[in-house]
Design a protein around this ligand. Sequence first.
Ligand code: HSE
Length: 435
Amino acid sequence: MKQIQVGIIGFGTVGSGLAQTLYEQKDRLRRKVGTDVILTQVADIMTDSLPEQFSGVKLTKDAKDLFTNPDIDIVVELIGGMEPARTFMLEAIKHGKHVVTANKALLSVHGREIFEAAVANNVEVGFEASVGGGIPVIKSLKEGLVANRINSIMGIMNGTANYILTRMTDHGVPFNEVLKDAQELGFAEADPTYDVEGIDTAHKLAILMTIAYGKHVHLDDINTEGITNIKPIDIDFAKEFGCRIKLLAISRNHGEHVEARVHPTMVPDSHMLASINGAYNAIHFNGDTVGNVLFYGLGAGMMPTGSAVAADVVDIGRNILCNSVNRVPALSYLPENIGTPKITDMSELTCPYYFRITALDKPGVLATIAGIFSKHDISIKSVIQKSRHEHDAVSIVFLSHVANEAAVQESIAEIDSLEMCTKPTVKIRILTEDE
Ligand code: HSE
C-alpha cells in the first residue's frame, strides 16, 4: 500500500516533536492507518545533521526541495512567523502538496489567502496545533460540533500568560521573574510580547471564530489587551473578592454581529475557568444543540504540539488513501459559504467592572469619584480603600454592577483628569458566574 510521506520545514521544538512522534508511534499508526506514515525529508537552515534514528531522512537547507520532491505528500510548516512561512505554504500548495501548520500568527492574518489557494489546488490545510497545542479543539469544532450554532467561545489560550498569572496569584512571584521561568520552560513565544500582550491569544481566537461562525476573522478584528498592567495589588484585591485574574479570549455570537475580545478578566473562584492553572489551556464552547463543552489540556510544548500536528498528518493521510481529500472542508463551512464578520463594537459591551483608582487621601475624593460614576449611570456594588501608601496616594477599588463599556471609558477619562488622581485608573472586566 502507498506510504504517506511527510516533509517538515523547520526542525525546532515542534518539528522535532513531530519527528519523534511519527518515529515512536510508527507501529501504532500503521495499525490505525493501514500503511506507514513516514518522515521523508527535513528542511532547516540551522541543522547540519539529524538525530541517529532519522538517519534515513533527507536533510536540506532549501525548503523548495520538499515542494519538488515527488514522494512527499504533506509539507509541514513549522518555522513560525509571517515570511518566509507564508511563501512556503503557498508554494507547497501550488506544487499540489497538502500542508500542515502550527502557525497561528500566519493563519490569523493570511489565512484567507492560504485557504483559498488550497481550495484552488484541491489540497488540504491542517492546523490543529495552531490553537490549544495538544488539545484537539479544531477537529472537535469542525466535526464533533458540526451540528451546532456556536453561541459563544471562551477560553484561556495562552499557557505563558496563564502560568505568569498563576504564579503571581499563588506564590506572589513578580511578573518579570515568572516570565523568565516561562521562557526557560520553553512555552513562551520567541517574542514573549505576543504572550503577555494578548496577541497570541488573539491569533487563536481569530482562528476559532472563523471556524465557529463561517466568517473570515482577521487578527485586526480582535480587541486585544494584555496582562502587563496587572499588578500584584490587583491580584490581591481579586482574591478578596473571591476571584482570580485570567487572560481570557471571549466571543459571543449575537447573530448580526459577534464579540471578539481578549483581555484580563476577573473570574469568580466558582467558575470552571478559575481552576485552569499553570501552563494549561481550556476552551469552552456553548452550542445550541450540545450546550456547554469544555476542552482542557496542554496548550504548548514539544510533544503536545507534536501530537496535534501528527493528528493532522494522519487525517490527511487517511483522506489520501480513501480518495476523500477535502471530505471535511478546512474551515468546516464550504468555502463558498464563508463570509465577512461584523464585530461588535467594544462600546456596546456590558459587564461588571473592577476599577482601581489611585488618588490622594483627602476629604471629598470618594464622593467626587462616586459622583462621576453615578453621572454615567454606573451603579457601584462595593468599595474598598486600603491605606497602602504610595507617597500620599491610596488605592480605592470599586466594583460595579453590570455597566456599559462606553460609559466606563467616559468615566475613567473624567476620573483620570482629576488633579486628586495621581495614576491612570486600572479597569478589569468581571465574568459573571453564569457565563
Ligand atoms: N506561547 C504559546 C503559549 C505557545 O504560551 O501558550 C502555544 O501557542
